[in-house]
Write a protein that binds this ligand. Sequence first.
Ligand SMILES: *[C@@H]1O[C@H](CO)[C@@H](O)[C@H](O)[C@H]1NC(C)=O
Ligand SMILES: *[C@@H]1O[C@H](CO)[C@@H](O)[C@H](O)[C@H]1NC(C)=O
Ligand SMILES: *[C@@H]1O[C@H](CO)[C@@H](O)[C@H](O)[C@H]1NC(C)=O
Ligand SMILES: *[C@@H]1O[C@H](CO)[C@@H](O)[C@H](O)[C@H]1NC(C)=O
Ligand SMILES: *[C@@H]1O[C@H](CO)[C@@H](O)[C@H](O)[C@H]1NC(C)=O
Ligand SMILES: *[C@@H]1O[C@H](CO)[C@@H](O)[C@H](O)[C@H]1NC(C)=O
Ligand SMILES: *[C@@H]1O[C@H](CO)[C@@H](O)[C@H](O)[C@H]1NC(C)=O
Ligand SMILES: *[C@@H]1O[C@H](CO)[C@@H](O)[C@H](O)[C@H]1NC(C)=O
Length: 685
Amino acid sequence: MLLHLLCLVILGWRVNTTLAQFQNLEHISSEGITYELGDVLYFANSEYPQATGKIKKSKGGKAGHIDIYTPVTVIVTNQSVVTGAFLEETIDTYLNEDDVFTEQFLTSIYITSTSSVQLATMDNTSLEYLNQIGVDQLYLDSKVFRKTPNLAHTVRMSEQIALQPGPYTILVFGSTIQFLDTYRVYVDEYRSFITGSYPLNDGLDTYAPLESMYSRTWAPIVPVPSRIRFWNDPRPLAGKRVAIKDLFDIKGLQTSAGSQAWIRTHPVANSTAPAIQRLIDLGAVLVGKYKLAQFASSASPWDWTDAHHPFNPRGDGYLTCAGSSSGGGCSIAAYAWLDHAIGTDTGASMRRPAAVSGTYGNRPSQGMISLEGAVPLSWAADTIGVFGRDPISWSHFARSWYSSTPELHQNTSVTGLPPLSLTENHVFPSRILYPDEYFPMSNPAAQDLLDSALSKMTTLFNMTITHFNLSATITDASIFPDTNDNWDRLANDSIVINTWPQYHDVAQPLISAWADQHEGRFPPVDPPVRSLWPNLDFSVTNAENYDAAVQSRAVSIEWFEREVLLFDEAACSEALLVCDAGTGGLPSFRESKLNEGPNASFLYSYPEGAMIPCVAICALFGCADFTIPLGQVPYLSPVTKVTEQWPVVFNLIARRGCDFMLFDLVERMAEEGILAEVNTGMTAY
Ligand SMILES: *[C@@H]1O[C@H](CO)[C@@H](O)[C@H](O)[C@H]1NC(C)=O
Ligand SMILES: *[C@@H]1O[C@H](CO)[C@@H](O)[C@H](O)[C@H]1NC(C)=O
Ligand SMILES: *[C@@H]1O[C@H](CO)[C@@H](O)[C@H](O)[C@H]1NC(C)=O
Ligand SMILES: *[C@@H]1O[C@H](CO)[C@@H](O)[C@H](O)[C@H]1NC(C)=O
Ligand SMILES: *[C@@H]1O[C@H](CO)[C@@H](O)[C@H](O)[C@H]1NC(C)=O
Ligand SMILES: *[C@@H]1O[C@H](CO)[C@@H](O)[C@H](O)[C@H]1NC(C)=O
Ligand SMILES: *[C@@H]1O[C@H](CO)[C@@H](O)[C@H](O)[C@H]1NC(C)=O
Ligand SMILES: *[C@@H]1O[C@H](CO)[C@@H](O)[C@H](O)[C@H]1NC(C)=O
């Protein structure tokens, strides 16, 4: 393994002053360099170095160049004698377990130590090894290494904060050496992101957009940190790379809600939504913001005017990503370098994007986590969920996040519901409720996958399946004290709950700000909201009716928890309700016309015998609803003219407050091989 001295290519210095005459400088926080090593693009944050030091001794005489950027490998040892074997093992681990680190970071090495070891020496095998792999510059922490070998530079760091291991870029000028946070830059080839982002490292938890793109394929670029940096970080989400729906404020980034008009009437966010800040506090790194259906609407891909709908990596490449968390499911299905995505679900906005991308995605119990700092659709019905590919890491991520936030539960004055009480339990429900009106799925091959999964579940957990008709149950029930027309009341409540908050907080302020700026004009927005907002009936959509609807919803949820999904002391939810947030195994495309006919499906279609689409159940009744991939079915693609694969999922629904039981159940099924990690790319399996 002999490395040659490599040439560092600096592609671009971004200097803000050239932009100053066009844009408010305060809003541009991105500054750094990009460079290529081999075929790989890197970004280094030169605005806020991670650490700065003074080169004290430079026997080799090679240091001290002016303004030289060089990739460097930082090694943190806990040994008092650094041996060649230790270095070799360390570097092999770096090479094998990280996608950011490459051999080309080995031209320079900086070695420091964990604080427990005060002094260390380099033995001669270590020097032999470094020589053998072609290291050009060796920097040693002067606090750790008193006796330094010839040719090594000793560095006195000025910061108290210990430098974490992994790849960095150093900038050497005079005797000063700066260590810059260095990111591998991936191309978002499915165009599911709005922007890449990185932590600015200004000590204020500010993020900066990566203000660049890959022009050749019109694609945003996304910077991801090395995993090595987080190996010693005990926080539960340390180093997790997460994409955020562009509905949430992140300090330093523009929130768009998918709308150019919104961008032009709102400044860059100066604080981070508490739910998202909690992810940062738990160690996650927000690598970018992803595309959504404008204002979290249910817009179909062909209704996207301001933005271009993201591309689904599955099947023929022209499948829908659904909405509104469109870029979340599709980016998780596309990129192994991305761990999780965060989205909101009011009507179906996590569960459908998960279904069509063949990924895991949840709508949590109503009230799980505050939506402060997110552009609202409905104060009482918005929820925040997580996308993932691997059932176990998905469950761990979501559990760590949700369980760290009891103080971020939504206020009962927001939900109109009793405080959320999350139970930890050690048994699972003994019954699966099977609503007959939703089955069988349209595609028999998909129904076979469901039957097989249910049969394995009932065996593993000793469950029984109870057939019933949920639609008929609701029709015949006594839910409300003042009406027997249950469907009419449920529909009335849900219309007001899902229109008044958005009108009050989003539409009205936007329409008025835009009119002020543009001589009375209506803002340019996508067709679904353009037709909705001016046609609201304010005798129905108003504050008073909203409050009444939230109270009425509480009554219907109380009924649901008394008659359908009952509380169980041991299992939390007496039963699980099974459903399908997908299309019953028929592909759904990004072009409207391709969804016509018997071999494809529109997303909003549902079986004739059902009164509501299955995704509406937990939107109405506040329950926890998880989309879970089961497999895939073949379809003849009208796009590629060959057979492709469409993902098949099912949904498991539990009573409000039973999310952790559902996550445990998913993990248990994964351990038994009933559920599996999905792949990225054209096929999930
Ligand atoms: C150094 O760290 C390794 C891995 O964590 C550990 O096995 C070893 O005991 C440590 N050595 C010392 C001297 O602390
Ligand atoms: C390395 O050190 C050992 C003992 O300190 C010594 O015997 C040996 O000759 C040294 N090897 C070289 C190449 O300097
Ligand atoms: C942050 O932004 C909000 C809304 O734009 C504004 O009202 C507030 O004054 C700003 N706060 C700071 C500290 O700049
Ligand atoms: C919940 O909201 C009410 C009314 O807005 C407020 O008085 C109360 O302090 C809030 N409770 C919490 C725990 O935030
Ligand atoms: C399975 O559940 C039934 C009740 O549904 C119970 O009678 C039986 O003992 C259970 N079997 C096991 C192995 O737990
Ligand atoms: C379920 O009930 C609905 C209406 O209450 C009815 O239209 C439908 O046919 C029933 N479906 C089944 C499978 O029983
Ligand atoms: C639903 O709303 C309509 C129109 O506002 C009203 O006429 C009807 O009585 C309501 N239905 C119920 C069951 O509340
Ligand atoms: C639907 O698929 C079936 C089976 O592949 C095929 O025979 C039929 O022609 C297709 N129908 C349409 C309208 O494409």
